[in-house]
Design a protein around this ligand. Structure first.
Ligand code: SF4
Length: 323
């Protein structure tokens, strides 16, 4: 695999390029929707869920969770194959917490997804839903079907005070524990972050980049906060209990984040997409791709790139003795 570092021309390590390097061609994600919930909603880790979370969780573009897994894969594969002439796929368990289910159910659905032309299972979940038995089973599946495993963890921020304010139901420690456990099995890890959470500052964003780099997380997916009707954060937003940062500030935070991030971490996206229905705030009423393009333009114009300021690891204070 090409591990070349980003520079002022390439800007950052793009997920699509990384997949192409790894699998030799373009690879497409097939979303799979399971009838699962989340321990932050059913009272195990917390009640009511994260303050920004609507009823749909993250996967508003998914098929119904009542459709069996093989059928969801078949339908999505047929559609994407036709549209993009795709031949390799990632089975993507996106919505809610996809390791939060009885062990036997987990084994069944993962085995059902390990089908022909599926090169990877990408499993999205919470840091407090990572358990050895499940990881051990995935490592057996990896060998049996010669399939890669990636676990996507919702972290949102490393600021554990903010995590408490958004009723996340876990702190930074559970995230660190989950990453270390997953890495033991050689699976890839992806961290999801929201760079414009109310109460977070630019320093929190930089610290997030530093902690993910120190942990050697493999991938990052950045989101911008969108605010949904009938959520706690929706009410706080209407009552003006916090100020949303400007789009200019969001762009600066993304650039800061990338500059401090290890150059080896792959970037899945710089900004999220969101449904417009029932939404009180989304991407400053601008298209996500326009904001992404503006971030890239600003980086290019100023010679900023991912990893440029990643000089704080491996005993930075004694480095000069080796220069
Ligand atoms: S962990 Fe995810 S699914 Fe659960 S409440 Fe929070 S955002 Fe919603």
């Amino acid at each position: 695999m090409n591990n070349s570092k980003p520079n002022k021309d390439t800007l950052y390590r793009r997920y699509s390029e990384y997949l192409r390097e790894k699998y030799g061609e373009k690879v497409y994600k097939l979303p799979i929707n399971l009838p699962v919930t989340c321990p932050n909603r059913d009272g195990i880790s917390g009640c009511g869920g994260c303050t920004f979370c609507g009823d749909e969780g993250a996967g508003f573009e998914n098929l119904s969770n009542l459709i069996p897994v093989p059928e969801q894969i078949r339908k999505n594969k047929e559609y994407i194959s036709k549209k993009y002439k795709a031949r390799k796929f990632i089975a993507y368990f996106q919505n809610f917490s996809n390791t939060y289910m009885p062990f036997d159910t987990f084994k069944m659905v993962m085995e059902q997804a390990a089908r022909e032309n599926i090169v990877q299972l990408a499993i999205s979940t919470r840091p407090d839903c990572i358990r050895e038995e499940y990881l051990q089973f995935l490592s057996e599946l990896k060998i049996k079907y010669n399939i890669d495993i990636a676990v996507e963890l919702g972290l949102q921020t490393v600021n554990y005070h903010s995590l408490r304010k958004i009723n996340r139901g876990h702190t930074l420690a559970e995230f660190i524990d989950a990453v270390l456990r997953i890495k033991k099995y050689g699976f890839e890890t992806c961290a999801h972050l929201i760079l414009n959470l109310p109460w977070d500052t630019r320093m929190d964003v930089i610290e997030s980049a530093k902690i993910l780099s120190a942990l050697s997380v493999d991938q990052v997916k950045l989101h911008s906060l969108y605010i949904v009707e009938n959520t706690v954060m929706g009410e706080q937003f209407k009552n003006r209990e916090f100020e949303m940062i400007s789009v200019e500030e969001y762009k600066k935070r993304v650039i800061d984040f990338l500059e401090y991030l290890s150059p080896y971490i792959v970037i899945q996206r710089l900004i999220g997409r969101a449904p417009e229905e029932n939404t009180l705030f989304v991407n400053w009423n601008t298209s996500w791709w326009k904001i992404r393009d503006e971030i890239e333009e600003e980086m290019r114009a100023n010679h900023y790139y991912q990893g440029r300021l990643c000089n704080y690891l491996n005993g930075s204070a004694v480095r000069h003795f080796f220069d």
